[in-house]
Design a protein around this ligand. Structure first.
Ligand code: HPA
Length: 232
């Protein structure tokens, strides 16, 4: 047991998919894994372990945002010995040509979060994905004919802002999308010798103001879940 996860030692696999939405974790467990156990219900932040294609894999909700995500990542690594973490999440695109449902492999995550300073000692870094895991995901997507693009994302601490020019410089820098978790996943994983990758679905386009329907989101996240499980 750790403070926020009520699992026994050995309940959690070495590879964990994480999702901000605990119901997405539940969905993956119920629809895509076999021999499933639910190891956590504390705070409704569901965690499950099961089998996918003969591989033991866990899937854990983290809540939204960097501080909440950091708590779960810390406990997964330090209390349960997790070695590989793959985030399955959504992002708002900040490039006008990015379509809803597009899958993104996040190679690096810029951030405005001071957690970079607190955890890593500097704001002047963009934490990156594990290169081997990123390459494996690209290769797997190619073989499975799942369209993906690779690029930089931005992990922010605030969802709502009144600044209409907020994303201009990041769009110019070629950042693909905005979300709220990947930078801490990459920073904590690198620090602890854990492999990490964020796979994101474009759920909305902040520039064109396009939003996906629940059905479109479901279809796109199915492909993302499949890719993450194949890579796990
Ligand atoms: N902003 C921040 N996080 C997000 C967004 C967004 O527009 N869409 C999905 N996650």
């Amino acid at each position: 047991m750790s403070i926020h996860i009520g699992a026994n030692s050995g309940d959690i696999a070495e590879t964990v998919l994480i999702s901000g939405d605990p119901l997405r974790a539940k969905y993956v467990a119920e629809k895509m894994l076999t021999d499933v156990i639910c190891y956590n219900e504390v705070r409704g932040m569901y965690g499950y372990t099961g089998i996918y294609n003969g591989k033991r894999v866990s899937v854990q909700g983290t809540g939204m945002g960097i501080p909440s995500t950091a708590i779960y990542i810390h406990e997964l690594i330090h209390d349960y010995g997790v070695k590989k973490i793959i985030r399955i999440g959504t992002c708002g695109a900040i490039q006008s040509d990015l379509k809803l449902g597009q899958l993104i492999l996040a190679e690096a995550a810029y951030t405005d979060s001071s957690t970079n300073l607190l955890y890593v000692g500097s704001m002047a870094i963009a934490p990156t994905a594990d290169p081997a895991l990123l390459n494996l995901a690209k290769e797997t997507a190619r073989k499975q004919i799942i369209p993906v693009i690779t690029g930089k994302v931005f992990s922010t601490d605030i969802f709502y802002s009144e600044d209409v020019n907020r994303w201009v410089q990041w769009t110019k820098q070629g950042v693909l999308g905005v979300e709220m978790e990947s930078s801490i996943l990459y920073a904590l994983s690198a620090k602890n010798n854990v492999q990490a990758l964020s796979i994101l679905t474009v759920s909305d386009n902040i520039i064109t103001k396009a939003y996906s329907s629940a059905k479109e989101r479901e279809q796109a996240s199915l492909e993302m879940m499949k890719l993450a499980l194949e890579v796990a």
